[in-house]
Design a protein. Sequence first.
Lengths: 181, 413, 780
Amino acid sequence: MTRGWCKEYTAASYTVVMSIVRNIAGITKGMSITFREMLQPTEVENYPDGPGPTRGAVLQERFRGAHELQRDENGLEKCVACFLCAAACPSNCIYIEAAENTAEQRISSAERYAKVYNIDYNRCIFCGYCVEACPTDAITHGHGFELASLNATNLVMRKEDMLVANVGMPGQLAAHSDSLK
Amino acid sequence: MPDMPEISDFVATSTLLQARPEEGSGDRTMVLNMGPQHPSTHGVLRLVIEIDGETVTRVVPDIGYLHTGIEKTCEAKFYQQVVPMTDRIDYLSPMTNNLCYCLAVEKLIGIEIPERAIYLRVLLNELTRLNSHLVWLGTHAMDIGALTVFLYTFREREEILRIFEMVSGQRMMTSYFRVGGIALEPPLDFFDRVRNLLKILPEKIDEYQNLLTGNPIWVGRLKGVGHLSAADAIALGVTGPPLRASGVDWDLRRDMPYSGYEKFQFRVPISNDGDVWARYVVRLEEMRESVKIAQQALDGMPGGPIKADAPKIVLPDREKMKTQMESLIYHFKIVTEGFQVPAGEVYQAVESPRGEMGYYVVSDGTAKPYRVHMRNPSFATLQALQTMCAGRLIADVVAVIGSIDIVLGEIDR
Amino acid sequence: MADVTFTVDGKKLTAPAGTLLIDACRKAGIEIPAFCYYPGLSLQAACRMCVVRLEKVPKLQTACTTPVAEGMVVTTESDEIKQSRKAILELLLGNHPLDCPVCDAGGECELQDMTFKYGAAESKYVEIKQHREEQQWSPVVFFDRPRCILCYRCVRVCGEGMDVWALGVQNRGVSSVISPNGEDHLDCEECGMCIDICPVGALTSGTYRYKTRPWEMNHVATVCTHCGDGCKTTLGVRSVDDGSEIIRGDNRDKSGMNGDFLCIKGRYAFDFTTREDRITKPLVRQPNGQLAEVSWEQALEHAGMKLREIRDTRGGSAIGVIGSTRTTNEEAYLLQKFARTVLNTNNIDHHRTADYASFAAALQGKAGRTASLRDFLTAPAILLLGNDATEQHPALAWNIRSNVRQNRARLYVANHADIKLHRQAKSFLQIPQDGYAALVQYLAGNEAGFDGTEISAAFREALRKEESLVIAFGSEFRGRDIQSLVDFGLGLPNVKFAALGDYANSRGAADMGLMPDLLPGYVPLAAAKHFGEEYPSLPSAPGLDMLQMFDAAEAGNLGALYVVGSNPVERYGIDPTALKNTFLIVQDMFMTETAAVADVIFPAANLYEKSGTVTNTYGDLQLAKKAADKAGVRTDFELIVRLADKMGADPKKLVPFGRGVRADMGQTRGAQSGEADRHAVWLAANNLEPKLSPFDPFAVFDEIQRLVPSYNVSRFELLGGQDKQTRSDLVQIELDPARRDLVLPANDTLFTSGTLGRYSRMLHSVMESRTTKPAETAAD
């Protein structure tokens, strides 16, 4: 009787002890990983306090950010207002009004140019279809991403907002263009 | 003049949602509202829970807080324009959605996809699965109280997202696949970067396992919780890891291969326990298998084109488009008028990280789909919540929700 | 002709002998591509796209020049044919510039469509493309030579369709080039048909070029606002800052009576809508004599108060109303109802350009005697008396030419001038300018007063032999002359008549009773019993007509004059000082001579900016739909209702809206996805649509249909965009023989259009170019 009780007690205490040991072992194993990770270098993009023009954000080359309208080597706008981007856009966010170039005022290299070119960033989903559709490589995705605004009306970007500066230096322009090529 | 109908006639109200104590239960039970803004409901899920003390007697999910009308929107878009919509269905596995939709339309048209595109699709899909499971593991552990795991899984996920960004231009809304292939050739150092990632992933998965598997709290919260029998799982339409955790050996990649999965060697992990723990184990094992598949895709990556030879479907090469009249016309026509898909209907299912994701596409022969319907795994799995939670404690509901890994985006669409 | 049976792609087909294979196939739903083949024009067989394989014929044959024959076995699809078509397209594209992104045709280019469907996906030819500078041939026609595929459609439509022959082919073979016959410019009617018919972007339009894309526009099918032909036009509209502007007009779908024809006015002269000197704010003359912009509320209040004061103190007879020939039927009807029930006056008139009242009186009770514009396309014989249709009714002239060319119809022309249509005439009779009445007498057999010759005798003989004849007469015929012409015509076996008036809704204005002595439907005031309910206080005495009104004004007896869309001061040469004691309200788009002396000016919308129905001079009723929009202006309909409201009248009595609202407001699936809302169409067709607004023209149209039996046409077909003949035989009218003839023909030419033409820059530039010829780039 006593022996039997004793035996049962021993078995039970053995189980309890073993489970405690196992739990401690499990936790130790977990903690050892945590401690090891503590010694690893920090993996944080220090945005917005980091260095560089992106303030620490790391962007891949193909990143689809705010659109840029490119110029050709003569400084003329590449966009010929063909409306393919507007047709390709799944969210209908591109609005264009085309007009004809005149001899006195030449805006683009072809017969027509975009008098108005608006992208509504309230609607844009950054899918890249416009860039894919553009037959003249006029519209590209730049790397701009800080687009948030407290006023939705500010989010309709006009041509002047997106057009790259006319610096007249082909090399410099090439660096901006074709981010999706 | 006929009687005007009552407004209530038009408002779809489920009687289940009018949660009130059942007859005869007296004042023993009360109704608890969980969500739609609750940290552990993963998105905007609202649960109406009837409790008896701390025991759950009934769980009724109330969905629709994330409804965006994507299915309807698809009907107004050209076939190629639907791809960016699919990204936004299950936002944790955009490439899987892209793939499933593209496969469905390709099946309707009947075009052959080049080998390289197939391999790239498989590779990116397995990375997507890893990405999704990493999010699941991190958030699931966080729900249970193990905050550290989240930091580690998101570190690895970050690298996958960067790879996505590198290849497609976006971290999450990739829109990278196209009907007939892939949008762009991956950049030069893409494969090296994936190779490096695959090299470190197995040991990282070991790490997560070591962190959690032996942890007594983890074990206590997971083991025996949220049991779902194989019969119930099948009856409720549960698919994916929860189904396999209930002992049903079913994986679409192996049993109904698509996109060349028959060429890859992998194991389908299953468990017979049917509880939250089993789902945890199954998913962890799946991650290891995914790494293996991705590795095979990487090793066997063939050369060649990434777009099908179907000039009326696929946009022409950019260089040709700029120099050749025919290509320019084809480009112009496809962009502005889309491509026509033969009339018919098709259902294409793929194994998403959450289970069977299916796209049902009906074409009336025009350039816009007549109907696009998505069969989403989370939606079906959510039905099993009641079965898994009834009779358990409220705290278990949180563990169960984590274990079925829902994405509200695909439930509400 | 007898039917023949032949086999196409294994399918047995039957068609009348002589049918072209391409027509027979297309009718059976078998597609055969073609650039140069154009229904209605002569055959060219220039493009070789329509090649098919005929059994037992060694080479591929062109389907557009092969008539079907008994037992013919045709294959339209085979590898050989595919290869042939592909090769043709490759050659066409060989020197085609990479212009799609800038070309106007992009998106509706037949070359694109064909290449996408039948062409290769990649170019075989890598030769350097030859560039040629673009040429301007006229203010509206530009030619880009490298884009041309030499289908000769433009040459043929200009020569055969328009009878202008301004375009031709220079050189032969590989160096063929389309060029104007007038060296470097077009000497033509500037109709723009060549641009419209061009399958590619070689000929481009001066107004549309480089502006937009077909898919970026809304396309609204409506009715042209210029002449009395009522051509159907599809306006391409895009939204701009202050509404939406019209960019182009065409009728590519051939949906109307005019087929694909539009003249220069219909195609280009919509630019008056966007002129910057359009009035967009109400103006009220201040005590200092200057006009000043005021709010709508102030202007309406002022005008309404003043009108009410004059009516209450001096009586309705001291108020005059002048309507327009370019407003919708609903507006014309509403205006006269407003005059007769709110202003209590019958002093109402409009600028009459044809004596429709006498015409209606002559034809009453004679069913099926009015000719539609369509009839001129099919009638075996046509008699044209007076009127220069080429200038004043271009669509009529087009239909007549087409009929003569395609069906060998016999055209008889009698005119005082040597009009251009005489070239199509089987018989032409030149008569003195005042000899029309005598001519009718002569034709009827009464030779007194007419200088008969051999030609005229032959003319009369030929006419009398015609079994079926359509008679169109110009405004030279009035009053009793119309009666005698109709009497003569009814003596012939099967005759239909058409009276030619000048403006888009001249006929409608007359039909709707904008006359001092006649109510809508030409009901004389004395017989107006059934108008009792709607017109409770109808004055029984006839009012003053246009000229009497101005006489009264000069004598100081006209307290107020309400002018809607009309410019009587200029048109009738009125001395503006005659109106100095009259309170003048003008509704117009521009500061016309009449508006300049007004006390209140309301900026009004034009026909392109409103919905309603219009009746062309042949009595064809059509639906006009709102296409453009201009911020600041309001429709005449709304202005009349608001003015009545300000005068204290019940708008519900004026416009019977809100009655019979029993429609359910459900939408069909179509409405949500942008297709036609079939449910709404059904409701509208069954007159069940809810007219909830006092500005709903269809509420007034209900009343018109109730009170004017001749307008009781199928509403379903009308709403579907079809033209419906109104039925003059249902008119009951007894005209006073001494009724004053006030018809003043506008005598517009192809390049003028009354007030609207004066404000169209495009018409001006075309007219200027005709005096100074352009010579920019020499045609090669």
